[in-house]
Design a protein around this ligand. Structure first.
Ligand code: GLU
Length: 488
């Protein structure tokens, strides 16, 4: 295969959506796997829908998720600049190209000016609805002679340009994921290629640019599949060789309907607040792609690139399963060096604290919020909790004071090695508790609450080793005062 040139072609109409990120990722994986180029093209021909912050959001997300763009706009030191020799990569800067293309189509009769007013089109729609007909343009201006059309345009009559879709026959499109898909021409309408505002529509600009940028593979969401026959007919009209096409399956919410805001966050940026970027990339890579092995965990983009295969992408919709994302996130959090995880999460702690505390918390935590709330008791300068919690259900105030005071005296006698190893600390403590003829719960419950302030917490010995001797003794001392202050 000659090195592919693929593009991610978002419209800057809002925040980058999870679906967009998946499209970008699959393009990226495919092209990296085959030694090709990853292009970012901004499709901003629908000027009414533009959202100014959108471009920066797209660029920031691609960078945050590690999808390095080879050609197109990039964010360098907070400024947007374009790289690559096929530019400009923003469609609003390529208007002359589309004008030439549309003139060519009109010239050869594949496109025609349509002078229908907004009012006529709306009346047409109303009458089609009343007759229960499929809505669509009725070809009213299709047979205006080129001379008359030219005269009316020259006279300044506003018009759009429509594609003259063949009315008979069919287009058989080959999709790399779906195989051959047949579209009957009678179902296609004469869509608008060029608007009155001087901008092309998506269809024209997309085809013209894919050709001009030597795109070899178009990998995009399934929602674009119905546009495929029109695109292929446009390639044929221009006598250009079309690229290959792959339409990625829908992303579904838990109720098997297309994923929407109702299902929770759908903006790519929001997931950065809760998940390791690579965990998201790992999770998203499995939305539609099935490696056909047991493997689910992918440590890095490089590993994914090695395994990725467009031929193993499914047709069926892929369910966005947050539980799976959380599971993968836990694995990725644990795989990161704790100090790196702390930096990534912007956790307020030192590298030393991260190294001591995070492994305990990521044992169970699945999101950054879990980590933040879970680690709070370890980082707290002073614990705030209900003192009565220190006394075990079946225990007494006096016994609790006795036990905690004994801990305060005994724990410092444990050696440095013991303080570094939760298992060793546990073994020595349990032996000492038994020697005192206490039950484990009457001794360990108060200790655990003294160190954590929590009714439920990670293992007390892991906590003790992580907090280290000074902090442990300080917290036990405070706990003893708390119990003493409890009403008798
Ligand atoms: N601009 C289109 C979008 O927003 C691109 C579709 C395509 O890749 O052809 O999704």
């Amino acid at each position: 295969m000659k090195p592919p040139r693929v593009r991610f072609a978002p419209s800057p109409t809002g925040r980058l959506h999870i679906g967009g990120l998946r499209t970008a990722l699959f393009n990226y994986l495919f092209t990296r796997k085959n030694g090709g180029v990853f292009i970012l093209r901004i499709e901003d021909t629908d000027q009414k829908r533009l959202v100014p912050e959108s471009l920066e959001d797209i660029l920031r997300n691609l960078a945050a998720y590690g999808l390095t763009v080879d050609e197109g706009p990039r964010l360098i030191d907070g400024k947007i600049s374009e790289v690559g020799s096929y530019g400009p990569y923003t469609q609003s800067k390529r208007l002359p190209l589309y004008r030439r293309a549309i003139d060519e189509l009109i010239e050869q009769g594949s496109a025609y000016p349509c002078f229908c007013t907004v009012q006529r089109l709306s009346e047409l729609r109303t009458s089609q609805e009343a007759q229960h007909l499929a809505p669509g343009y009725d070809g009213h201006c299709r047979n205006i002679t080129p001379d008359e059309a030219r005269r009316r345009r020259t006279a300044g009559e506003p018009c759009v340009i429509r594609f003259r879709t063949p009315k008979k026959g069919q287009t058989v499109a080959h999709d790399l994921i779906r195989g051959d898909v047949t579209f009957k021409h009678e179902t296609l309408e004469d869509v608008v290629l060029f608007k009155t505002d001087g901008f092309p529509t998506y269809h024209l600009a997309n085809v013209v640019d894919d050709h001009a940028m030597d795109i070899t593979h178009v990998i995009r969401a399934e929602e674009w599949l119905p546009s495929l026959p029109l695109h292929l007919l446009l390639y044929a009209a221009f006598t250009w060789t079309p690229p290959e096409f792959a339409h990625l399956p829908l992303i579904l919410g838990p109720t098997r309907k297309k994923l929407s805001k109702r299902d929770g966050d759908t903006a790519a940026a929001d997931f950065l607040n809760e998940y390791v970027p690579m965990a998201m990339v790992n999770f998203i890579s499995l939305l539609g792609w099935n490696p056909k092995t047991e493997q689910e965990y992918y440590a890095s983009l490089d590993v994914l690139v090695k395994d990725f295969d467009l031929a193993k992408v499914n047709k069926a919709g892929a369910i966005f399963d947050v539980a799976k994302l959380k599971h993968l996130n836990r694995l990725h959090m644990r795989a990161l060096p704790p100090e790196k995880l702390a930096t990534l999460m912007q956790l307020e702690c030192t590298a030393d604290e991260a190294i001591r505390f995070l492994p305990i918390i990521t044992e169970k935590a699945e999101t950054f919020s879990d980590v933040r709330s879970g680690i709070a008791f370890l980082l707290a300068a002073e614990l705030v909790y209900e003192p009565s919690l220190l006394v075990p259900k079946a225990g007494t105030r006096e016994k609790t004071i006795t036990v905690l005071t004994a801990f305060l005296q005994w724990l410092p006698t444990c050696g440095e090695q013991t303080w570094r190893n939760a298992e060793a600390l546990k073994a020595e403590t349990l032996a000492w508790v038994a020697k005192n003829s206490w039950t484990n719960s009457e001794a360990l419950w108060p200790l655990r609450v003294a160190l954590s302030g929590l009714a439920k917490s990670p293992d007390v010995f892991a906590i003790a080793c992580a907090l280290q001797k000074v902090k442990v003794l300080e917290r036990i001392q405070r706990a003893i005062e708390h119990v003493k202050n409890l009403q008798k």
